[in-house]
Design a protein around this ligand. Structure first.
Ligand code: PEP
Ligand code: MG
Length: 321
């Protein structure tokens, strides 16, 4: 066992309180996972792959396909994911399929040719709308092949997936079908989540619940789209409009948890809110959220905070009896 200052990691981790709500961690850069192994997290609730693509692979996936090097994409992506999955095995790693916007894809080597000019990339060709489009679909298949490689060839069954920026049930059904064609399908040990970022997912939570195992609230985008506020607008942010704690956002979260639980689906949250506004965690725990995924520097604090919130709720229940 690895030891830190003479204390084994297991002993160190046992010093943290136990929580019923799982505390997950958000991660983008695979190799830094080793810096965080002493933190009390139950898994990676959001593994962004954009870092691997832009810093390790550097090429646009469609360019690699065109030049006959698709395996470079699959192998590098699988390497990054497996680095994290093996380091924290058997805890789950929820890998989010790519969610670059067109302006970001364009910056990858060879990207110019494949990316249209969009006036509003933030609400444009991103997330699932890419995977089901004839242009990007072959690249989405490479992402899925990387998942299959890690799960089947490397045997890391703790890798799950998450679809970002889901807007409609039909596109999601189509994307899941493509994934299945590549030999990756939902099962006991393979959970498929979607991000709740577009308000349509909350409005039709009952329909989406029938297609997936769980939801993860992307409060950054959910706030942007619920409030109609560009999350990159400094002006609106300064005026106080961009606020993930807005009652309209909280009401959406409350509704999503209620409906998802009715169908036996789990709900997590992986936006910035729980890391930077810890005061919303009491609300989340009271609504019965299953897990909270935070930035590495917030793990310890949120773990302790959630433990004390849960204790408080338990005491309240006892007193009422
Ligand atoms: C979110 O929208 O809350 C989220 C986690 O995704 P990103 O910040 O990558 O858009
Ligand atoms: Mg988002």
């Amino acid at each position: 066992p690895v030891s830190v200052g003479g204390i084994s990691r297991d002993v160190l981790l046992s010093l943290y309180p136990v929580t019923a709500t799982k505390i997950y961690m958000n991660l983008g850069q695979p190799d830094i996972i080793h810096k965080y192994l002493d933190l009390p997290f139950d898994g990676i609730g959001l593994m962004r792959i954009e870092f691997i693509v832009s810093e390790w692979i550097k090429y646009h996936p469609l360019y690699l396909i065109k030049t006959g090097k698709p395996e470079l994409f699959v192998d590098k992506l699988a390497e990054g994911i497996s680095m994290v999955a093996s380091a924290i095995y058997p805890r789950p790693v929820v890998v989010r399929f790519s969610d670059f916007k067109t302006n970001e894809y364009k910056r990858l080597i060879g990207g110019e040719e494949f990316e249209p000019e969009e006036r509003n990339p933030m609400i444009g060709w991103r997330g699932v709308s890419r995977y089901v489009s004839p242009q990007y679909e072959p690249a989405f298949r490479l992402e899925v092949r990387a998942i299959r490689k890690v799960r089947e060839e490397m045997g890391l069954k703790n890798v799950w997936v998450m679809f970002p920026f889901v807007r409609t049930t039909w596109e999601l059904e189509k994307a899941i079908k493509i994934m299945e064609e590549e030999g990756v399908r939902r099962g006991q040990d393979f959970k498929v989540w979607i991000m709740a970022e577009v308000p349509s997912v909350v409005v039709l939570a009952d329909k989406f619940s029938q297609l997936v195992d769980g939801f993860s609230i992307g409060s950054n985008d959910l706030a942007q789209l619920t409030l109609g506020v560009d999350r990159d607008s400094d002006l609106l942010a300064r005026m106080g409009y961009y606020d993930e704690r807005d009652p309209a956002v909280l009401e959406s979260i409350k509704r999503l948890i209620k409906v998802a639980h009715k169908y036996g689906r789990t709900v997590s949250i992986c936006g910035q809110a729980p890391s930077v506004y810890p005061e919303i965690n009491e609300f989340l725990v009271r609504q019965g959220i299953d897990s909270i995924s935070v930035n590495p520097d917030a793990v310890i604090q949120v773990k302790r905070q959630v433990a004390s919130i849960e204790q408080k709720i338990m005491l309240e229940k006892l007193r009422k009896k």
